[in-house]
Design a protein. Structure first.
Length: 255
């Protein structure tokens, strides 16, 4: 069931989204050679505390997970696509890092992700991240009243495939509101004009995930959470929480 949010509820979701934006900005600015993923997690946790917000990630346990998620950020490095668990790993020069983060404030959730390089960037990584951001922008542009979920999926997939990148099947965006994951699912590839019609008040987390090697294969790591590319190529992830309104898409997690 898809819940349509009121304009007041969307404004409240914007407040949660701004907590997410502040945390991701703080993590991005702190991420440097030598800092550990656990230190970045603690930094994001402090942003939550300062805002009086809570984490929808911490303790989250979907049906596929063997254990509850133990952190407030997902930190995925290099060949990790999504759901990486923060550890004592210290960032190296040239690492490609994807950070996914959520906040719960006033009963509403926000969810967003960024990818970036640490230290001296590889040209291939820069291209991959830029493509993820273009795919996200294309998906948001398609998130308008009168379109359908398939239009968002098609817009994202077109950018990814044109750039020569793979798309991990079975993982994509989702509705969001009182809970972090709600209906409807938002695939990262699909046919235009298909799927649920987009209406004023729908709020979606749109999140392209790209595999740099060009193939779609991935596997689950031994931790039961982290998804890694089969070909060991690098991956990038970009995400925003977006409200669909009669005035056009409104990015609630804008940084």
């Amino acid at each position: 069931m898809v819940e349509l949010k009121t304009d007041t509820s969307i404004d409240e979701m914007y407040e949660a989204g701004q907590v997410v934006g502040r945390a991701l900005t703080a993590v991005r600015e702190a991420a440097d050679v030598g800092i550990s993923l656990l230190e970045l997690d603690e930094l994001a946790h402090q942003v939550l505390r300062d805002a009086g917000a809570s984490s929808p990630f911490l303790g989250y346990r979907p049906s596929f997970a063997p254990t509850p998620f133990p952190a407030v950020i997902c930190a995925s490095v290099n060949d990790a696509i999504v759901h990486g668990i923060p550890s004592g790993y210290r960032l190296h020069d040239g690492d490609l890092v994807s950070i996914d983060f959520g906040a719960q404030l006033g009963g509403w959730a926000g969810d967003s992700a960024i990818s970036f390089t640490v230290g001296t960037p590889r040209a291939a990584d820069v291209r991959l991240i830029e493509a993820a951001e273009r795919a996200l922008a294309a998906g948001i542009e398609a998130a308008v009243v009168g379109n359908r979920i398939g239009d968002i999926a098609h817009a994202i997939g077109t950018v990814c495939r044109a750039a020569g990148y793979g798309i991990p099947q079975g993982f994509g965006g989702h509705g969001i509101g009182r809970r972090m994951h709600e209906d409807p699912p938002v695939p990262n590839e699909g046919r235009p004009g298909r799927g649920l019609p987009l209406r004023h008040g729908m709020v979606l987390a749109i999140e392209p995930m790209l595999i740099g090697g060009g193939t779609d294969g991935y596997h689950e790591d031994t931790d039961g959470w982290t998804l890694r590319t089969n070909d060991r190529s690098r991956a990038a992830h970009a995400e925003h929480t977006v409200a669909i309104t009669d005035a056009g898409p409104r990015i609630l997690t804008a940084r």
